[in-house]
Design a protein around this ligand. Structure first.
Ligand code: TTP
Length: 201
């Protein structure tokens, strides 16, 4: 535990919860409505998932650093992250609706995919970043199971249309990598980065 606090520039409740697990005090530094999150998350043609997730995290952090400066807030490290689900070079983003979630879940069922989470921290001019890559194997799912989970609403707002921390856990046969990274904030990498900014963890 440290007396220092950080800014968490994320609207994801999972990230706030995971950061709390480390005992890190944080304040949210949220985007203003004029910041176009969808434009920020557009994939460039031919871009690999690892290049994509790191680039988007960097852009989120650029925006957060500008916001912090504009608001004249006290200095502290600012943390951003981004999570992407990938099959080879194909990126699965957040589903648009339940039908889109069914399409993604049908792709995941019975196969292994990767979950990439990039995390980056900046204070002043110093920036450090890390990438966590995990593998997740889904059990085969029946059409009824896919439709049922898609209709539950849980897939919305989540990369790859599932939350390992939720009911989808019933279909996760095997993981290798970082459970917290799959949820949205890899805690080992995050603690390592925060120590570089003087937090005693
Ligand atoms: C694969 C997977 C993703 N997710 C979530 C984590 C992220 O919140 C989300 C991916 O979206 P992100 O774009 O990474 O994050 P966000 O839009 O929720 O928040 P912000 O950009 O403000 O930081 O998917 C889970 O909660 N569980 C999972 O198992």
């Amino acid at each position: 535990m440290s007396d220092l606090f950080i800014y968490l520039a994320s609207q994801s409740p999972r990230r706030a919860q995971l950061l709390g697990q480390l005992g890190v005090r944080h304040e949210l530094l949220l985007a203003t409505p004029d910041e176009d999150a969808e434009a920020l998350e557009a994939v460039w043609p031919g871009e690999s998932p690892s290049a994509y997730v790191q680039r988007v995290t960097g852009l989120k952090l650029d925006a957060a650093v500008t916001r912090h400066r504009r608001l004249g807030l006290p200095p502290a490290p600012i943390l951003c992250a981004d999570t992407t689900v990938a099959f080879g070079r194909t990126i699965l983003g957040k589903p648009e609706d339940a039908r889109d979630a069914e399409r993604m879940l049908a792709q995941l069922a019975g196969r292994t995919h990767r979950v990439l989470t990039a995390v980056a921290v900046q204070q002043g001019r110093r920036r450090h970043a890390a990438l966590s890559v995990s593998r997740v194997r889904f059990a085969p799912m029946t059409r009824a199971q896919i439709a049922g989970y898609a209709a539950s609403g849980e897939p919305l707002g989540k990369a790859g249309a599932y939350g390992i921390q939720g009911a989808a856990a019933a279909f996760v046969e095997h993981i290798s990598g970082s459970y917290s990274g799959i949820m949205g904030l890899p805690l080992f990498e995050t603690a390592t980065l925060l120590r570089q900014f003087g937090l005693k963890l």
